[in-house]
Every structure is written in structure tokens, then in C-alpha cells.
Design a protein around this ligand. Structure first.
Ligand SMILES: NC(=O)C1=CN([C@@H]2O[C@H](COP(=O)(O)OP(=O)(O)OC[C@H]3O[C@@H](n4cnc5c(N)ncnc54)[C@H](OP(=O)(O)O)[C@@H]3O)[C@@H](O)[C@H]2O)C=CC1
Ligand SMILES: CC(C)CCC[C@@H](C)[C@H]1CC[C@H]2[C@@H]3C(=O)C=C4C[C@@H](O)CC[C@]4(C)[C@H]3CC[C@]12C
Length: 379
């Protein structure tokens, strides 16, 4: 997992903690997944602060040993590993009493992040669409030791919802004085298959996976500036490298990278002491993945995950070769430029080549279809 992380000394510890929260939580979720239930959509919110239950009395989901799947997922993430906070000491106390919003907290990684924060005794506001699931997660958070936990249910497809969440946060935390951390994690439904030309679907996914992140940030920023807090954006390898069957999803994750990396620079220029952390996760089995319409079963999935680092390396090979000295590269090229593009090959100055599948890579193809003819080469 790569954590692209800007931090300042003042809130150093809190930011270090946000960087550590994700890998641990992400690993934990590999074992804890239940099947997805139907979702309810509503705008209701529910408070469940109340008395604190036994802290750490039972080992929580995150306390279980990591599965092979989760280790391989993390391993892939490690391709990007780059913690700049590794030397900073961190401990659960750093988040004690901190006020945190977690989006997409009814299942998967968001749910596990909520449990980790609960063990660290943070105040939590969780969001997602399915009220019934949120209720259970809130209860569990209180059992695990959260200082307080509540939820707001609603859909991030609704453009007014981000403001509702933050207003809710503002109201309920008024006496606590604001917000310390915003963890943006939710994603809308994506099909993982060939892109089917549905522009409306791309637009909808951009709304849920990207624009709502921007809207949440805008609404929360005044409070985060006040507390010199942190924004944590959960992203993906698919937001760094294009891979097949994920065109729309990948686009939303690339958008996050562009927006938040740029915003981080602006914060530095403006001396805004709010950190932005982009978490680049590799595959983590939350039990939901189907590719090209096929639901992957666990043994298939383990094999697939074990090979994932190899796939990564294979797919990166063309990019690596483009960094070789020009002369050596040229000797491997077919003489005719048309051949070069038809093979996804290397042409000097052509950015498209980066990440292109190497010739012979075992990627699925559409039966019988030929690749589109390359454009005419104009000298
Ligand atoms: N799992 C993986 O392999 C990887 C995941 N990631 C990233 O990690 C993050 C979490 O992923 P993961 O845990 O797998 O996802 P899940 O599908 O398990 O969870 C998604 C969460 O978002 C909520 N959600 C879905 N649609 C909406 C909506 N329209 N409005 C509001 N909330 C919504 C869901 O709850 P509900 O249905 O109740 O609304 C759920 O809580 C994502 O950002 C993903 O991109 C990155 C790389 C790999
Ligand atoms: C260079 C390539 C070989 C790397 C390919 C990595 C691919 C296979 C990895 C990188 C990011 C991964 C997806 C992801 O980010 C989020 C989710 C949502 C979750 O609910 C179900 C799993 C899913 C679809 C992951 C599926 C596998 C993806 C596409």
C-alpha cells in the first residue's frame, strides 16, 4: 500500500496514525466478510453514543490472524509501499477522543476501519446507504470501545447528502468542538467487464466515487482547518495503472489522485495545516468480486491473488523498457511503425505505451475480434 502523505509537525502523530489504520483494517476485512444484503435508502440518522461497553473484551474482527488472501493483497499493495511516516512512533492513544467521519462504513474496508478507530476510542460518525447494517456496525463499535458512535444513512449519489453528513457531524459534535479526520472510502456499484459504452453509468460512478468525495471535503474543510485535521482518501492500484475490466472505476480513482494531489499542493502553498493521505490499495478480498460476469470462488481467487504481483510486474515491463536508453530499446522494435502500435509496442514519445499489456500476456480477449488498425503514421 502506498501512502502518499503530506504531514506537518503539529499534527504529526494523528497523520501517522491515519497512514497505519488502513493496511491493518484492510487485512482484517479479508476474514470478516459476510454476504452483501439488500440496501435501504433513507436520509435518517441515528445516535448511539451512550455508555461505553467493555473495551477490547472480545477479540474484534481485526484481531484475527491474516489470511493468505489478505497477505497477498497487502503484498501487492507493497509494490507501492512508501510510508514517509515510518519513523514516527504511533499508538492507539493518538486517536483517543478524536472525531472521525468514515464513509462506506457499513461493510468491507470501511467497516473494519470503523472497528479499529473504535478500539482507539475515537468518536465516530459512520455513513452508507443501508441503515440496518450501519446500526450493527455502530453497536459493535460501542462494544469495542468507541468514545461515541452514530450514523447517517443516505446515498452519495444524492448530491445534497455530503452536506447533510457534515451538518449532522457539526450538530452532534458541536459540544465536542469539530472534526479531526475525514475518511473517504465509499464506492458505488461497478461492473467489472468490458466497457459497454454506457456514458450514463460512468457519470453516475464519477458522482459517487469522485464528486461526492470533493463535496464532503468542501463541507468538512472549515472544521478540519480549525482542528488542523486530516483527510484520508481510500484509492486503488486501479487509480494508478489502467487494467482491463475496470474502465469506469479506474477513471474515478485516477480522478481522486489528480484532485487530491493537486489540493495537497495548494494547502502547502496556502499553509493550510490539513493533511491529505491517498491510500493506494491492492486487491483485498471482501467477497464481492466478479470479473467479466463470473463470480470468483475462493480457491480461484487465491490463485489469482497469488499471481497478482507477477501480473503487476508483467504489465509494468513495457513501462520499464521505456526507461532503457533509447538505442537499446530501438533494437527490439519492429521496423514498421504500424507493427509497433499493433503489438502495444514501444514508440518514443508515445505515452500510451505505458502500462500496455506485453505481447503474450495472458489477458482475456474478445473472441475473434481483431485489434483496431493503428492510425496512419504521418512523418
Ligand atoms: N476491496 C478491494 O480489493 C479494494 C478496495 N479499494 C477501495 O477501498 C474502498 C472500500 O472498498 P470495499 O470495502 O471493497 O467496498 P465495499 O463494496 O465492501 O463497501 C462499499 C461501501 O460503500 C457503501 N456505498 C455503496 N454505494 C454507496 C452510495 N451510493 N452512497 C453511499 N455509500 C455507498 C456501501 O454500503 P451501502 O451498500 O450500505 O451503501 C459500503 O459500506 C473503496 O474506495 C475501494 O475503491 C481499493 C483497492 C482494492
Ligand atoms: C497492473 C494490474 C495487474 C493490477 C491489477 C489490479 C487489479 C486486478 C485490482 C486493483 C484494484 C482492484 C479492485 C479495487 O480497487 C476495488 C474493488 C472493489 C471491491 O468491492 C471488489 C474488488 C475490486 C473490484 C478490486 C478488484 C481487483 C482490482 C481491479
Amino acid at each position: 500500500m502506498k501512502v502518499s502523505h503530506w504531514k506537518k509537525n503539529k499534527n504529526h502523530a494523528l497523520k501517522a496514525q491515519s497512514a497505519r489504520l488502513l493496511p491493518a483494517a484492510a487485512c482484517a476485512c479479508a476474514e470478516e466478510r459476510g454476504p452483501l444484503e439488500g440496501s435501504e435508502r433513507s436520509g435518517k440518522s441515528q445516535s448511539a453514543g451512550g455508555p461505553r461497553a467493555r473495551r477490547g473484551a472480545q477479540p474484534g474482527p481485526g484481531a484475527r490472524p491474516q489470511s493468505t488472501l489478505c497477505r497477498t493483497g497487502t503484498l501487492t499493495g507493497l509494490h507501492w509501499a512508501c510510508w514517509d511516516t515510518r519513523s514516527v512512533p504511533s499508538s492507539p492513544e493518538m486517536l483517543r477522543g478524536k472525531r472521525v467521519i468514515v464513509t462506506g462504513a457499513s461493510s468491507g474496508i470501511g467497516e473494519q476501519v470503523a472497528y479499529h478507530l473504535a478500539r482507539m476510542e475515537a468518536h465516530l460518525l459512520l455513513t452508507a446507504r443501508t441503515e440496518a447494517k450501519l446500526q450493527k456496525v455502530v453497536e459493535r463499535c460501542l462494544e469495542l470501545g468507541a468514545a461515541s458512535a452514530r450514523y447517517v444513512s443516505g446515498s452519495m449519489e444524492d448530491t445534497t447528502f455530503p452536506a447533510v453528513v457534515v451538518r449532522e457531524k457539526l450538530l452532534c459534535f458541536l459540544m465536542l468542538g469539530g472534526l479531526d479526520m475525514l475518511i473517504l472510502n465509499h464506492i458505488g456499484y461497478s461492473y467489472f467487464n468490458y466497457f459497454n459504452g454506457d456514458v450514463g453509468q460512468v457519470r453516475k460512478l464519477l458522482e459517487t466515487n469522485f464528486l461526492s468525495y470533493v463535496a464532503m471535503t468542501v463541507s468538512a474543510l472549515p472544521m478540519l482547518k480549525e482542528s488542523e485535521g486530516s483527510i484520508v482518501v481510500v484509492s486503488s492500484v486501479a487509480g494508478k495503472i489502467g487494467s482491463p475490466f475496470a474502465a469506469s472505476y479506474s477513471a474515478t480513482k485516477f480522478a481522486l489522485e489528480g484532485f487530491f494531489s493537486s489540493l495537497r499542493h495548494e494547502f502547502i502553498i496556502d499553509k493550510v495545516n490539513v493533511s491529505i493521505t491517498l491510500c493506494i490499495l491492492g486487491y483485498i478480498n471482501t467477497g464481492k468480486l466478479s470479473i467479466a460476469g463470473r463470480k470468483l470462488q475462493t480457491p480461484q481467487l487465491s490463485r489469482w491473488c497469488l499471481w497478482q504481483p507477477l501480473h503487476l510486474t508483467l504489465l509494468l515491463l513495457p513501462s520499464l523498457s521505456s526507461w532503457l536508453p533509447r538505442k537499446r530499446r530501438a533494437s527490439h522494435l519492429p521496423r514498421h511503425p504500424q507493427h509497433a502500435s499493433a503489438q502495444g509496442g514501444v514508440r518514443a514519445g508515445n505515452h500510451q505505451e505505458r502500462g500496455a499489456a506485453p505481447a503474450g500476456a495472458a489477458l482475456p480477449t474478445r473472441g475473434g475480434e481483431q485489434p483496431a488498425p493503428p492510425p496512419e503514421h504521418s512523418p
